[in-house]
Ligand binder design. Structure first.
Ligand code: ATP
Length: 309
């Protein structure tokens, strides 16, 4: 008697968003990138990415936040799939993305989908990739992609892709204020360069006080350490963000910072109760498009379902 061949069914990977607790932007390098010192934290706001074998390459996107995500070769998840296929002789796949991470919000949603696709294909094709191989392909796809594979809390240097884990204690609670529209990351960097023209910009180095605050697990210690060198540029392009920041602080946040290149603003709060209160107040103010609560650190891209028929 012959048994039916085992067909690897689609793999679903859950991947978090990130917030930058500290984003220090150094001088513009010759290759056009800026040297960065970034302390990332992975937050419990997720995209679910399902990758399965298909007759042709494709990508589809669902969820209330799906608007603005390309469904052609511009989608970074599809680029990730093709990269792995080129290296390991893979056949076409279809990538289905359920968006829970705001698009163009400074929370690395696209990078997250790329990270999830790498992890999904590692399982689907049973590649047995080690951490180094995954991180190397991730870095090729984008500066934030390696962190979304790793998760937790980490320090990134170079373009942000050279990672070192950071020791933290406990769980931090966040309220994310989502703004109308998005901000283009290159436009925010260009505005940052314009605002700093003529000033001497030092090489960025992570702040020891931030590391110490993370080790205490105390949000009161962490709040004053939140910093983002792109914040002035984001507010210069979107002055309404300055108002949302001051509203959030007035409504009881311990600290607030523009996430990455914006326009999402991340507010640190004392705990779950305080998070609910702030979310209600921000929603009632009408100054934001939507509000989400999240906590961190959480794990990076991880398989949540693998059907084998
Ligand atoms: P970052 O924080 O890394 O700068 P972001 O969160 O501001 O990124 P993304 O959500 O990654 O921004 O989207 C930026 C742009 O990338 C979108 O406007 C969209 O055109 C494009 N894009 C390509 N693939 C994806 C994807 N899978 N999900 C979201 N956006 C994507």
């Amino acid at each position: 008697m012959t048994s039916a061949p085992i067909v690897p069914g689609p793999v679903t990977v859950r991947v978090p968003a990130k917030v930058n607790l500290e984003l220090l932007v150094g001088p513009r390098r010759d290759d056009g990138y800026h040297s960065l010192s970034s302390v990332y934290q992975a937050l419990s706001l997720y995209d679910d990415v399902t990758v399965g074998e298909a007759d042709e390459w494709g990508v589809s996107v669902s969820g209330t936040l799906a608007e603005g995500v390309p469904t052609d070769d511009d989608n970074i998840a599809l680029r990730a799939a093709r990269l792995v296929a080129d290296r390991y002789d893979g056949e076409p796949v279809h990538v289905s993305i359920r968006k829970g991470i705001p698009v163009a919000g400074g929370m690395a949603g696209g990078s997250a989908d790329a990270a999830a696709t790498l992890v999904a294909l590692d399982h689907l094709w049973d590649l047995g990739l080690d951490r180094e191989e995954l991180e190397e392909m991730a870095a090729e796809l984008g500066s934030d992609v390696p962190f979304l594979v790793a998760g937790g809390t980490a320090m990134g240097s170079g373009r942000g892709e050279m990672l070192a884990p950071v020791l933290t204690r406990g769980t931090f609670h966040w309220v994310l204020a989502l703004a109308e529209g998005g901000l283009s990351t290159p436009a925010v960097y260009a505005e940052c360069d314009r605002l700093r023209e003529g000033t001497d910009v030092p090489e960025p180095v992570a702040t020891p006080a931030l590391m110490a605050a993370l080790r205490t697990g105390d949000p009161h210690e962490l709040a004053p350490q939140l910093v983002n060198d792109l914040q002035d540029a984001a507010i210069s392009l979107r002055p309404d963000l300055g108002e949302v920041l001051s509203d959030g602080m007035e409504f009881g946040a311990l600290g607030g910072v523009v996430s990455g290149s914006g326009p999402t603003i991340a507010f640190l709060v004392e705990g779950t109760e305080a998070g609910i209160d702030l979310a209600v107040a921000l929603t009632a103010s009408g100054a934001v498009r939507d509000v989400r609560r999240a906590s961190g650190p959480v794990h990076g891209a991880h398989v949540i379902h693998h059907r084998v028929d």
